[in-house]
Design a protein around this ligand. Structure first.
Ligand code: NAP
Length: 294
């Protein structure tokens, strides 16, 4: 039987609607408008697209946003000065530095300079540490989006065996840690796999919830998935498609056509995890504004 499609666009829309209400309330009751500063260094076309999408998403729900577009030759010291200024700016509740940065700039140094209270990307070690010990902070947007997709789709994580394939700092490790927490909407038994894992399929087949964050087009095939599992595909991969005007199409890390015949529910690519990432950035920005108004 074909799987239920976990519709990231629709869940993202629902959450953005909820955020819009909270923003109205913040404006009325606290005279506070959530504000996001997006810092873009250089002219990487993909980064420019992401930044445009983030600004538009802010505008659509009533979050103030400002874009700081800097030359690729900006010095690290000048970039840090801008971060310091934004850290002190009371209309800015969230600071996002679009990655990658040019090679002469130390990414960690820049990300660590953002005050943890304004780190709406959730990449600051203080926030990552809080996540690890189960204290409130900002959660990184893509893994947080994965958790929300599971919650809004009614997947019970309590005691479920979640298998995460991928251990990057931005997806695999944080999502594994979030779902492991002794907390509501988590409490799963989590196994993390990576490129050195032996007999990957024997582990993925044990998953009640399988999360693929690998970056390898359609690597997860039907024989690697248990009948009735829930499959979350974080992967976004470009593969050649001469039939299309742009010459490529986007596919996930999961072979959707065959896996969707076997599992209970699955996210498509595009339209699954993707729309949730920006939504959780908005969520974190609103949360930061609420913190500052409290
Ligand atoms: N939708 C979104 O908003 C969003 C956001 C972020 C990322 N993504 C996508 O998610 C995917 C993963 O991103 P990432 O940044 O986490 O990638 P990454 O940093 O390259 O990490 C990939 C992980 O997959 C593991 N891996 C690679 N080949 C494997 C194999 N054959 N078997 C088992 N594990 C293997 C790697 O293992 P090792 O650690 O051993 O190298 C690594 O841990 C990419 O397609 C990316 O575009 C999407």
């Amino acid at each position: 039987m074909a799987a239920e499609i976990i519709d990231g666009n629709s869940i993202a829309k629902q959450i953005r609607g909820e955020l819009e209400e909270e923003i109205k309330k913040l404006k009325e009751e606290n005279n506070t408008t959530p504000g996001l500063a997006v810092v873009l260094v250089g002219e990487n076309p993909a980064s420019q697209v992401y930044v445009r999408m983030k600004n538009k998403a802010c505008h659509d729900i009533g979050v103030y946003s400002e874009q700081h577009s800097l030359s690729k030759d900006i010095s690290e010291a000048d970039l840090l000065k801008l971060i310091d200024k934004l850290n002190e700016d009371s209309k800015i509740h969230g600071i996002l530095v679009q990655l990658p940065l040019p090679e002469h700039i130390d990414e960690s140094k820049v990300l660590y300079r953002i005050k943890p209270e304004k780190d709406v990307d959730g990449f600051h070690p203080v926030n990552l540490g809080k996540m690890l010990i189960g204290e409130p902070g900002f959660l990184p947007c893509t893994p947080f989006g994965v958790q929300k997709l599971l919650i809004y789709s009614g997947v019970n994580l309590e005691g479920a065996h979640v298998v995460v394939v991928g251990r990057s700092n931005i997806v695999g490790k944080p999502v594994a840690n979030m779902l492991l927490q002794k907390q509501k909407d988590a409490n799963a038994t989590v196994t993390v796999c990576h490129s050195r894992t032996k007999d990957l399929a024997s582990i993925t087949r044990q998953a009640d919830v399988l999360i693929a964050a690998i970056g390898r087009p359609e690597m997860i095939t039907a024989d690697m998935v248990r009948e009735g599992a829930v499959v979350i595909d974080v992967g976004v991969n470009r593969v050649d498609d001469p039939g299309r005007k742009r010459g490529y199409k986007l596919v996930g890390d999961v072979k959707f056509d065959e896996v969707s015949q076997k599992c209970r529910a699955i996210t498509p690519v595009p339209g699954g995890v993707g729309p949730m990432t920006i939504t959780m950035l908005l969520y974190n920005t609103v949360k930061s504004a609420k913190n500052s108004a409290a």
